[in-house]
Design a protein around this ligand. Structure first.
Ligand code: ADP
Length: 190
């Protein structure tokens, strides 16, 4: 059985890779399909993302990277896939994903959406979180494969990210009140 794992993957994270790795044990083939989305301004071009995915999945012989535009179900039919693979992190994902799965079912009754629950350690992780940390000079080495961390640092024009905040003890007195927080990582200089 062939599964399509569609997404933006801008960039691919360890959370995505966990889904791909587990999916590759369930299906004969997993096609990681990068959506060419004219409505989003990405950090990486589709070609860069494909290259990043290929390097990150080279140890998985039944995983392929490809790009597509238009409807995912049309692409799935074209690739003779029977399954759309998606990952679920939180209730917020569930609402959007369920709506998408139902919509796709109205377009093709032949294609099933299969959800894999995130592994606990990646339940907070998204491409946006990675970009936000890197934009403010933080290390993303623990969130993406090494070659992608380098690509990200190049994009934000810094080669020496500050120490990972999770390895730096923050005592309650140093912690930043919620209203000063950017919503992701605390600004240690505030
Ligand atoms: P999209 O723009 O379609 O949401 P993404 O690249 O953000 O594309 O995500 C692709 C798929 O991977 C989605 O099903 C998303 O829920 C899932 N996903 C993203 N991050 C994780 C994670 N950390 N753990 C499990 N699934 C994830």
């Amino acid at each position: 059985m062939i599964a399509i794992y569609p997404g933006s993957f801008d960039p691919i994270t360890l959370g995505h890779l966990d889904i791909i790795q587990r999916g590759s044990r369930l299906f004969n083939k997993v096609i990681v399909a990068v959506l060419r989305n004219p409505n989003k301004v990405p950090l990486f071009t589709v070609e860069q993302r494909l290259e990043q995915i290929r390097i990150a999945t080279q140890h998985l012989p039944n995983v392929e990277a490809d790009s597509f535009d238009g409807l995912t179900v049309n692409y799935a039919q074209q690739r003779q896939a029977q399954v759309l693979l998606r990952g679920l992190r939180a209730i917020s994902d569930f609402e959007v994903e369920l709506q998408m799965a139902h919509t796709n079912k109205t377009l093709s009754t032949q294609i099933e959406t299969v959800f894999l629950a995130t592994s606990n350690e990646y339940s907070f992780l998204s491409s946006s979180v990675v970009k936000e940390i890197a934009r403010f000079g933080g290390s993303v080495d623990h969130l993406v494969p090494p070659h992608i961390a380098l690509d990200i640092y190049k994009c934000y024009n810094h080669n020496y990210p500050i120490a990972n905040p999770t390895t730096t003890a923050i005592t309650p007195l140093q912690s930043i009140p919620m209203e000063q927080s950017t919503g992701t990582i605390p600004n240690q200089e505030a």
